[in-house]
Design a protein around this ligand. Structure first.
Ligand SMILES: [Zn+2]
Length: 245
């Protein structure tokens, strides 16, 4: 089975923030162990006495919150985010990042969370359909952080179950999305880092984290399918999504 771990960034209610981000990593079930292990090892280097207590959350690391306050040097904290993101390179076989960055005003009056969720679902389904065409008959499952601030995501996952026709085209998902605690799995923490990297790039114009992963979004034949950047000034953007369209 292919698992897609997802997390969000940006607050839909905030008028000072332009974007909403939903993104994460899709990998084959046997690869979960390897990414977990690589991130555990990094946690061990940073906090040898209690690595399991250390959670990777982009905004906490960057701002120096909680444990991260003990690392005074902001550049070192930024390096940690880059190193953690680069851990996806340990993965073998077929894996990819998926992300939707939506300028809230551009989809108004539509709910940006609903828009992003639907886009992620259909893009993940398209990935699974392509695998199927290539003889890899695997199902997919989406896994989200249960403590997400945007509780709307949880409602959408419930609708997913009761309002099947809306997602009627999704034939390759094994079950409704699952919610897990980010403490329990490093993979949700990795999804948080991916969303943070997208957020910093598109909302703040800081591409240092995004540059580590920008070539890893699902693509086929030179066209990026795993990333969607919905905004009003496409001609002025050279991100991997806008560039290939
Ligand atoms: Zn773009």
């Amino acid at each position: 089975m292919f698992l897609l771990y997802l997390d969000d960034a940006g607050s839909v209610g905030s008028v000072t923030e332009k974007n909403f981000v939903l993104s994460g990593i899709c990998l084959f079930e046997r690869q979960v162990y390897h990414l977990n292990k690589a991130l555990d090892e990094l946690a061990c280097e940073i906090h040898p006495s209690e690595p399991s207590k250390l959670e990777f959350h982009g905004s906490h690391i960057h701002a120096g919150k909680g444990f991260w306050r003990s690392i005074k040097d902001k550049n070192r904290r930024r390096t940690i985010i880059r190193h953690a993101l680069a851990k996806c390179r340990v993965l073998q076989g077929n894996w990819a990042l998926f992300g939707v960055v939506v300028e809230k005003a551009n989809v108004s009056p539509e709910d940006p969370i609903e828009f992003a969720f639907e886009q992620i679902c259909t893009r993940f389904d398209a990935f699974l359909r392509r695998e199927y065409r290539n003889g890899n008959n695997q199902r997919g499952l989406m896994i989200l952080d249960k403590s997400t601030r945007e509780t709307r995501l949880q409602t959408l996952a419930t609708d997913f179950r009761t309002d099947g026709h809306r997602y009627g085209v999704l034939r390759n998902l094994a079950d409704v999305p699952m919610f897990v605690d980010s403490e329990a799995t490093r993979l949700i923490q990795f999804a948080d880092l991916v969303s943070y990297a997208l957020w910093q790039n598109y909302e703040r114009g800081d591409g240092e984290f995004f540059n580590v992963i920008s070539d890893s979004f699902d693509r086929e034949g030179g066209v990026v399918h795993g990333l969607l950047h919905r905004h009003s000034e496409r001609s002025e953007c050279s991100c991997p999504y806008c560039e290939t369209r």
